[in-house]
Every structure is written in structure tokens, then in C-alpha cells.
Design a binder for this molecule. Structure first.
Ligand code: CTP
Length: 418
């Protein structure tokens, strides 16, 4: 997630979850946000001092609905002019009620009613009874129906009041992902597409304790899934390293057999498959059901059998219009070996990684890849954070594989057999 160039307004209202805004502001800057503008209601100030937020947001924090900036411009107008998105966190039942009825009696509600044509994200947090109240439900429904509003659904959990139930502020990662999607420069690029991304190294048992696996961290696949979601796709991530707090479907698998089954269940309904998982090529023929004891077997041999090539199998089954993108881990002859894999597995593109380099790939947060298409020249994507590489890879996949087909559909004459 990269918020470069983006200004985010964070509006804090009076609930105990107000303190969670602090970490969020830091995360936004950590992910390159240009500026965070903080506004609050007077009640929010009882929960968290504006000075804390001022230090974290690096700018004055405004509380009064009559506040103006150094040039005398009212703050709710500054927010409307400068912010790319307005995040209300936490949104109390009272604020939600006011928003749903167009109220404007404090700086947060005044800013919200001025903030038209750009995304407003509402992250509710309150006691379960308030959350369950039919009026709160109705007010949220009113907000959901507004085209530029979205509600970041709260989770269930233990609430500050000691009760347990729904109304717990969504976790920070989910909030960031929703915000990222709202301000993403290419947010509609994959709209309407059903994408499956696989990630992580598969894990094959030797006995109940030991496994055969590989060094794949799953970070590249996760970055691709995050970017695809932000670009509007309907995403499913199938991974051996499930992340916390993602607003899209995540299926957790361990062995290559489980990955094969998970893919089999979804492949028919998939428009785009990005196969970033490092699938074990071998598994133990007969994994031991009891732990292998060193004293009983000072020497032991493992019989390995080959796993099926999942991508090659899917390449055989591919229907017209379906796009398959593979990943190639190569320690030599990168382009030649990757091109050969692309042909053999009937892929539309392949992302080749040079695994002989220790500064990129596997555990690293950065990568450098070569993207190959079957009929186009290779593209080298210079070293960058995996999220940036993911955005570039997806941009090229769109431009080279999806956009040309969309153009063809547009020019196809009525009744044409083309
Ligand atoms: N792959 C797969 N099933 C396997 C092995 C690999 O689906 N049993 C997929 C990977 O997810 C990747 C692509 O095939 O998208 C290439 O994987 P890679 O490990 O680079 O190549 P292999 O085909 O396994 O060939 P080799 O290990 O001999 O280079």
C-alpha cells in the first residue's frame, strides 16, 4: 500500500476507540501519505488530547466548527478542498445518526456535508446494543446507499465496556485497505474481474512435526492481492501464510494437494489467476503418522514423489478469455527458462525472479522482476518495494492483455462473427 501524494482527512468522534486513530495516522505516513489532516469533535477531545494527534499528524488539529486556517479559510472547506478521502474513525452512533440526516453541528459533521464527490469512509465503533439498535441500522443503511460513502464494518470482540459482541472497530489493516482502495489512482482498472492469487510456499509433511517447504514468504502474492483489490477486482487469496485483516476472501492452505483442491473449486469462476505460490515439486511418498525418533532411526531415507504441476494442469483446462499468469524462480538463464515455462504451461504472461540475488525476492520487502508476455518484448521492472512492483505488474497485465480485448469488443460491429 502506497499513499504517495494523497491527503487523508481523519475525523475523530467521541468513543473509546479514538485512541486507535494514533496508530492509523502513523501508518499513513509510514506508507508515504502526503498529509494527514486531523479534525475532532469536542467529545473526542475528552478521549484523546489534540496535542497527541498534532504531534503525529505534524499539523494543527482542529476541534471547533468555527475554526479557520492561517489564511482565514474555514477548516471544513480546507478539508473539502485538500483531502482525497475523509475517514471518520471511530464513528459513534450519534455521529452516524447526524450524518444520515445531514446534520452539521460540529466540525466533523460540517466537514462531512461539505465533502462531496470524494470518498467518505465511516468506521463505526460502539457498544453492541447501540450497534444493534434499529435506528443505528437504519442510519447506516442510509449512508451505505450514498454513492460516495462506504461503511467499514466493525468486527465482533471484547468491547471496552466489558461486554462482548459486534461493534468493535475494524482492525487497522482492514481500515487501511479500504482507504487505499478509495484513493487508488487506478481504482477501477480491474472492476468486474474475478481474480485468484496464490501465495506462499507449500508445506509437505514428513511426519507430524517435520515438513518439506521452501523460502517463499508469500509477500509478493499478498502485495498483488492487495493491489488487485484496490484496483477494483473481486479477489480471493489462497495462501500458506494467511495475513490478518484483509477485506477480501482469504483461503488458507498448507500442502500442494490442498492448494490444488482450493484452485479446482474456484477456477471455473476465475477470470484472472496469478500463481505466485511456490509449489513444492516433491512430497514424501508415505509421511510417517508418528514422529520419527532419532534414537530408533539414526539414519533414515525419504522417498519423494513428484507433485502434479498445478499451473500446467490449469493451463490445459483454460477457457477462452481466462488469463493465467505464472511466476518463475530462476537462478540462471532467466528469460530463456521463464519463456519456456510460459509456453509449456500455456500462460499469458510470466513474472520471472532471479533467485540468485540475495538483496531481492524471498524474505525481502523488495523485488526486481522481468515480466514476459507470449508475444511482446520482456519488461524489466527495476528494484522497488513489492507493493510498487505489484502495481506495475498489474498495470502492464491490464494494458497488454485486458485493454486490447476491451477495445476489440468496442469496435466489433453489430452481428459480426469476429
Ligand atoms: N507451479 C505449479 N505446480 C508445481 C510447480 C510450480 O503450479 N508443482 C507453478 C508455480 O506456482 C509458478 C510456476 O509454476 O507459477 C513456475 O514455478 P517454478 O517453481 O519456477 O518452476 P517449475 O515448473 O517447478 O520448474 P523448475 O522447478 O524445474 O524450475
Amino acid at each position: 500500500m502506497d499513499f504517495s501524494g494523497k491527503t487523508i482527512a481523519v475525523a475523530i468522534t467521541g468513543g473509546i476507540a479514538a485512541y486507535k486513530a494514533c496508530d492509523l495516522i502513523r501508518e499513513l505516513y509510514r506508507r508515504n501519505a502526503h498529509r494527514v489532516i486531523c479534525i475532532m469533535t469536542p467529545t473526542a477531545e475528552s478521549f484523546i488530547p489534540s496535542l497527541t494527534l498534532q504531534a503525529l499528524s505534524r499539523f494543527p488539529v482542529y476541534v471547533s466548527e468555527l475554526a479557520v486556517d492561517h489564511a482565514g479559510v474555514p477548516i471544513h472547506i480546507v478539508v473539502a478542498q485538500q483531502a482525497d478521502a475523509l475517514l471518520i474513525l471511530p464513528a459513534t452512533a450519534d455521529t452516524i445518526a447526524k450524518l444520515a440526516h445531514g446534520g452539521a453541528d460540529n466540525l466533523v459533521t460540517t466537514s462531512a456535508i461539505t465533502f462531496t464527490g470524494k470518498p467518505v469512509l465511516v468506521a463505526p465503533a460502539m457498544n453492541t446494543r447501540m450497534w444493534d439498535h434499529p435506528l443505528t441500522r437504519q442510519n447506516l443503511q442510509t449512508l451505505r446507499q450514498l454513492p460516495h460513502y462506504s461503511v467499514i464494518e466493525p468486527s465482533s470482540g471484547s468491547l471496552a465496556c466489558g461486554e462482548t459482541g459486534e461493534g468493535h472497530l475494524a482492525d487497522p489493516e482492514t481500515i487501511l485497505q479500504a482507504l487505499y482502495r478509495a484513493v487508488h489512482p487506478q481504482r477501477n482498472l480491474f472492476e468486474g474481474m474475478r481474480a485468484v492469487v496464490t501465495a506462499g510456499g507449500t508445506v509437505e509433511p514428513i511426519d507430524p512435526v517435520r515438513v518439506i517447504s521452501n523460502r517463499s514468504s508469500g509477500k509478493m502474492g499478498l502485495a498483488l492481492a492487495d493491489e488487485l483489490f484496490a484496483m477494483g477486482a473481486d479477489v480471493t487469496l489462497i495462501t500458506t501464510r494467511p495475513p490478518v485483516g484483509r477485506p477480501y476472501a482469504v483461503a488458507s492452505v498448507q500442502t500442494s494437494a490442498e492448494l490444488r483442491e482450493a484452485l479446482g473449486q474456484r477456477f471455473e469462476q476465475t477470470d484472472l489467476l496469478l500463481m505466485a505460490a511456490a509449489v513444492s515439486d516433491y512430497k514424501v511418498a508415505n509421511p510417517a503418522t508418528e514422529k520419527i525418533k532419532r534414537e530408533k532411526s539414526p539414519e533414515t531415507q525419504l522417498d519423494l514423489i513428484a507433485n502434479p504441476d498445478l499451473l500446467a494442469e490449469l493451463g490445459e483446462r483454460k477457457r477462452p478469455g481466462q488469463l493465467l499468469v505464472g511466476f518463475a524462480a530462476e537462478s540462471s538463464d532467466l528469460v530463456r527458462n521463464a519463456t519456456e515455462k510460459m509456453r509449456r504451461k500455456h500462460l499469458d504472461a510470466i513474472v520471472a525472479n532471479d533467485i540468485s540475488r540475495s538483496d531481492i525476492g524471498f524474505e525481502s520487502d523488495e523485488n526486481e522482476v522481468t515480466l514476459l508476455f507470449s508475444e511482446l518484448s520482456p519488461q524489466i521492472l527495476e528494484r522497488a518495494p513489492k507493493s510498487v512492483i505489484a502495481r506495475r505488474v498489474l498495470g502492464l497485465i491490464h494494458d497488454r492483455l485486458i485493454a486490447p480485448k476491451a477495445k476489440l469488443k468496442l469496435v466489433k460491429p453489430e452481428g459480426s462473427a469476429l
